[in-house]
Ligand binder design. Structure first.
Ligand code: NAP
Length: 284
């Protein structure tokens, strides 16, 4: 395997930068262009750029990720979450390039009571979730044996501000934080996700995977664990979603079942609490 990868979103994205970090540790050569280098949404420029690079592996973390804003900016969300993966997929398939594309737990409506498998029915209830699902579908419609789609959830990690960072900063200034407790998901450390993604690439597998750290938490539980790990003293009060109105509807339950990953790699994701400790210890 040629250890050279194009990481789209690798210069500034939360997950993209973690992929860059992990791949470099594994002695990969990484190329991480950003929007200043060329217009990614221009199909001809994108094709020319990828062909010139001659890479065998592409990771796509580019997306319209502002979940609430997407409700008002459907066209922009469609462009990045549906059209762009479609274009990228066409280019990669025609050149027999491996593509790892990321999607989200928000493709589910959260009405299930047990972890979501890759076989479960999707039913997104937000523009973000709907457009991300359309991106999955456009890729799967013309899938090839080097396409991996990874659904993940609730990311935290270094290099870009995220929920855990924000909570720790608030906890330094306040005695009490009110945090949503009726949305439950799988918190996921970007560094772990990058490592698990690389494991899938090395297995030369393809198809849809769920990848998240093990276990589940509400936002309030994740916040209170983060505060504790950071050695801070701040009370957390659990509140229902209706007390913190957000424009986009989120799934109340979106824990991901990652057993397919374990079957293919023989490894299991580690518990999110362990990863959270490592993140706070190493990066806070
Ligand atoms: N964060 C989460 O909790 C979460 C949960 C589930 C799934 N996911 C999925 O995981 C993937 C990575 O998420 P993330 O949190 O790492 O995203 P992120 O931090 O918001 O990064 C998105 C990247 O896309 C780039 N980008 C956006 N619009 C662009 C454009 N028009 N041209 C070029 N680049 C553009 C951004 O560049 P700029 O910095 O220049 O804007 C940034 O590098 C996404 O597919 C997301 O849907 C994330």
């Amino acid at each position: 395997m040629d250890k050279k990868a194009l990481i789209l979103g690798g210069k500034s994205g939360l997950l993209g930068q973690a992929l860059d970090h992990v791949l470099k540790q594994d002695k990969w050569e990484t190329i991480c262009p950003d929007r200043n280098d060329f217009d990614f949404l221009n199909k001809d420029l994108l094709r020319e750029y990828i062909l010139d690079l001659g890479v065998e592996t592409v990771f796509n973390t580019i997306a319209y990720t502002q979940v609430d804003q997407a409700e008002d900016e459907k066209e922009s969300a469609l462009l990045l979450n549906k059209k762009f993966p479609g274009t990228l997929g066409d280019i990669c398939r025609s050149q027999d390039i491996s593509l790892v594309h990321y999607s989200t737990d928000f493709v589910f409506n959260g009405k299930k009571l047990t972890p979501y498998t890759t076989e479960d029915e999707t039913c997104p209830e937000s523009v973000y979730g709907k457009t991300k699902l359309q991106g999955e579908k456009i890729l799967m419609a013309n899938k090839w044996d080097k396409l991996i789609i990874v659904r993940t959830s609730w990311l935290f990690g270094p290099f870009k501000t995220n929920f855990v960072d924000k909570i720790i900063n608030f906890a330094k200034e306040k005695n009490n934080l009110k945090i949503i407790h009726d949305q439950v998901g799988s918190p996921t450390y970007t560094i772990d996700l990058a490592k698990y993604s690389l494991n899938l690439v090395k297995k030369e597998t393809s198809g849809m995977f769920h990848l998240a750290n093990k276990g589940q938490a509400s936002w309030c539980e994740l916040a209170s664990e983060a505060i504790k790990c950071a050695g801070l003293y701040c009370n957390t009060t659990p509140i229902p979603s209706e007390d913190y109105p957000q424009k986009a509807k989120r799934p109340p339950y979106s824990v991901l079942d990652c057993s397919k990953y374990s079957v293919v790699t023989g490894e299991s994701p580690r518990p999110w609490i362990q990863s959270l400790r490592e993140y706070i210890y190493n990066y806070q």
